[in-house]
Design a protein around this ligand. Sequence first.
Ligand SMILES: Nc1ncnc2c1ncn2[C@@H]1O[C@H](COP(=O)(O)OP(=O)(O)OP(=O)(O)O)[C@@H](O)[C@H]1O
Ligand SMILES: [Mg+2]
Length: 679
Amino acid sequence: MTDRHDAPLPGGVPAPRSAPLPPPPGTTPAGPQDGPSVPPEAQPTAAAETDAPESQMRYVDVTGSREAAGRSIRMSDMARRLPQLVRRSLALAWRVDRAATVGLLLCQAVTGVMQALGLVAISGTLTALLASGNVYHRLLEAWPSVALLAGASGVRALLGITVGWLSSRLGPLMSREAEQMLLTACAEVELCAYDEPDFNRDREAADRGAQVTGDLINEGQDLIASAASFLAGAVVLTGVNWVLLPLLVAASLPQALAQVSSARVRYLANLRSNGDLRMLSVLRWHIYTKDAADQIRAGTMAPFLSGRYRQTVARINREDRAAADKGARMSLVGAVCGGVGSAIVWGAVVWLLATSRISVGHAGTAIFALQTVGQSVRGLVGVGARAVRTGLYMDDWSGFLDKAGGFRMRRGTHRPKPPQKIEIKAVSHRYAGKNQDALSDVSLTLRRGEVTALVGFNGSGKSTLSKLVSGLYLPTDGQVLWDGTPAGDADPQALWQQVALVPQDYAHWPLTVRENVTLGQPSPRGDAAVREACEAAGADEVVDKLGAGLDTLLAREWLNGEELSGGQWQRVALARAFFKEAGLLVLDEPTANLDPRAEYRIFQRLRDLARDRVVLLVTHRITNVAVADRIVVLDEGRIVQEGPYHQLSQQPGLFQQLLSYQVTSEESQCDGEHRGART
Ligand SMILES: Nc1ncnc2c1ncn2[C@@H]1O[C@H](COP(=O)(O)OP(=O)(O)OP(=O)(O)O)[C@@H](O)[C@H]1O
Ligand SMILES: [Mg+2]
């Protein structure tokens, strides 16, 4: 099944890298038909088809609304939806380039008129040529019609070129605009949306819709052209004998039905393969980008990954083959019925001529008009079926925009000031699809001027709590109050102006060092502020070693880019947080990659930073948390201990346990080093 909708879509711009490997951003997966993009060794084999464990690595939902929409591609739906589609494509075209849109419409209208004139000219020519009398006189009589015919054909050819030119200008613009609208919509959704499989699936579908939006302009133009040519032919044909028109339309119906049905079959097959196509895209990203290249080699994972790739390709191939077979059967039946219908129409023309109901000249005109109408009916239905299918993809796009996948942020308008205190009141939080709370009944108050440290085992809820405090998530139960106002009542953008966050998995933006620190929002103090933040985070040493200083592009794979080490990246991420003048500083594992000297500097600075802000620190470096005014120990989503370091370290409990593990491991490390030094 190869058509434009199933073709690979552009993308491939590297994502900002963060610690977990990201799937390709905005790349809609390409199908197995994409030839070169499928590695030769990854071509499906019979063994792979039979061995494929069907339950593995599939996330495809064929029972959703898009499946229902796909099933509803019928003639009647098509007739109803076509005007909507043309309107929608014109509206988007109008948005991106008004002059080109008006030009297109004018060209189509004139093309229709030229088509009608051409048919009238054919009629005039044939009538003159087939009349009795002197050849010279007949030719003299015919030439104005011949001139009209030639003129009309010439103008139509010119208009065709103009339409092609304008459409090819508009198509990409429309796709880019649709993509832009999608990006804006995604930036406006609640963070929790990304935890919902439905949201991710709808976003992928919307992405594909955005990509094919440009096709709609061509399809819309083809539709208008077919409609204009149908109208012109129909007028002329009715003039010859009205019986011919309904006969011809009836004769074209079987093929039309077959085309609509095969469009439906193809859309449904594509829908069924959507999850697999997405999986291919994810696998391809991991197989051929740099991020996991070392692990694929060291882990000798290549055969395993290409095996998975093969299994997925095999499933898609099965769907494709079934759709192609079914489509071919439908086309065959349509063609046979259409052939019988055409024979009836031609029989009717012969009968009309034989019974002298029409003249020979009219019969000639009828032949041309029949061809024109027949072609335009087939064109209308063929393009119509394609346009409806494009429309289904576009529905995915516009539906997503309307409700931002159902997760548009609807919070309040309060604009928080730098907080004096943040109260977490009886907060519980459960992630989508989980049957257990990540946090249960947590109450805590964070104050300006204090450093609060969160410690606990992996998965105890530390990062979740830090995201709730930052207003990134809203709690499923309880309240997070910023100076008495629930985080959900605040304008999210205004609230995040007050948040400086170093998340556990921070982005490695492929931008310059300066932009990596300012995040595109420079300070009025210019580079002085950037340098100060870098110094505070120990990133000044990193910048000094870079060829172009703050102007260095931190993307090795791009020309003149530089790559940083893990710890150097972490220093840059810390500089980002120190640069931002925000009332809340949240550091989630800020020193995990730092050397002891850099770590020491950061912990020393925390006290300074806390003077005029609320500081929340998540860390596993238990020996360093003495810097905090208060330590909160989390276990399985609950607070189990709370107090200053000297108190918790004396008191039996989880904190003492954590401390003893770390001290023991540090001691054994020291012993090892000493032994190493002695030998
Ligand atoms: N986006 C998410 N969707 C679903 N569950 C999640 C998500 N993020 C975290 N969880 C779950 O919530 C629980 C708490 O996770 P959290 O990331 O808060 O732990 P943590 O204390 O920060 O752990 P670590 O020390 O490993 O960073 C875990 O059981 C985790 O599986
Ligand atoms: Mg964490």
